[in-house]
Ligand binder design. Sequence first.
Ligand SMILES: [Zn+2]
Length: 78
Amino acid sequence: MKNKKCESCFMPFSKDEGKRESEQYCSYCFKDGKLVYEGNDVNEFKKRAYKSMIAKGMNCIKAKLFTWMIGFAPRWKK
Ligand SMILES: [Zn+2]
């Protein structure tokens, strides 16, 4: 079965406007053959994701919701 959501940020691939390089990750999380954020600190990742969503002009309520959703992505499950 194919993944329908990014394993790192939980964004549905249908919302991914970039050119996806990976079956597991979206075009924002995985670029030029590697993960953009290679650490394993979900809070650090959330901070970065939140900032980039705000930078893209996303409304901050939405950005907070999507940031919260990241915690449920497979990459951060222990
Ligand atoms: Zn992603």
